[in-house]
Design a protein around this ligand. Structure first.
Ligand code: BGC
Length: 255
């Protein structure tokens, strides 16, 4: 058990990568707060799966882009489990529209969830971790697109590029408190965020041609790295991005 007695919050944990990380962290002994927005049935299911395997969990409906809901999320975790050790900023949204047509409201929504969210959650979590005095772990689920341009996805790419520099900056700022901050940059992972591509064979084929390993990643393949970064073994790792992309960045082009 690599996360015994730790308390973790995973945002956007009702489905996809967040759900896989929540389950895996619980299996490693952490008490897990499943954050979600709206998807109550999916969040219930994640909660049940964790409980089934003997894990401790609660779920909290909190929109990470709203400061008062973030406070509720952090204080809910501390009230339920007494402390907070690990944050996984996983919640994310995406909408592909040509740049010249991109509506301001969509841009604002994507930046709010993907960038303002991790900012607010990390800030509130860091305050709690500093109070506890025993360090902590902040893990952001970024994307290959913190580095790699993707036509029609300017808002998402901008949010992930911002997340890259948020991570680097606060990693330096929080180091004196033994709080580490790292990004995981997945490539194509088979989750609901890519429903548009999964539903269209020709789009899927084009995407696969960008990936040397020629397949989607499974959400569980991201969870293993999240557990490592959250564990005591990773105490000297900070300010970094680790890509899990089947080699995509080494064969970059646009599809
Ligand atoms: C995006 C997906 C995209 C994948 C690979 C992810 O960050 O969410 O839409 O397919 O990167 O390009």
């Amino acid at each position: 058990m690599r996360l015994k007695d730790k308390v973790a919050i995973v945002t956007g944990a009702a489905t996809g990568i967040g759900q896989a990380i929540a389950l895996r962290m619980a299996q490693e002994g952490a008490s897990v707060v499943v954050d979600f927005v709206g998807q109550i049935n999916a969040a219930d299911q994640t909660e049940q799966e964790i409980t089934k395997t003997g894990g401790k969990t609660i779920s909290v409906n909190a929109d990470v882009s709203k400061a008062d809901e973030v406070e509720k999320l952090i204080s809910g975790a501390v009230k339920a489990f007494g402390r907070l050790d690990i944050i996984v900023n996983n919640a994310g949204v995406e909408k592909k529209i040509a740049f010249i047509d991109y509506p301001l409201e969509e841009l604002q929504k994507i930046l709010a969830v993907n960038l303002v969210g991790p900012f607010l959650v990390s800030q509130a979590a860091a305050r709690q971790m500093i109070k506890q005095g025993q360090g902590g772990r902040i893990i952001n689920i970024s994307s290959v697109h913190e580095d790699l341009p993707m036509p029609t996805n300017a808002a998402y790419c901008a949010s992930k590029g911002g997340l890259r520099m948020l991570t680097r900056t606060i990693a330096v700022e929080l180091a004196k408190h033994k709080i580490t901050v790292n990004n995981i940059g997945p490539g194509a992972v088979y989750t609901p965020i890519d429903a548009d591509i999964e539903a269209k064979p020709e789009m899927e084929k084009a995407l696969m041609s960008e990936i040397p390993l020629d397949r989607w990643a499974k959400p569980e393949e991201i969870a293993g790295l999240a557990v490592y970064l959250a564990s005591d073994e990773a105490a000297y790792v900070t300010g970094a991005t680790y890509f899990i992309d089947g080699g995509m960045l080494r064969q970059a082009g646009s599809y």
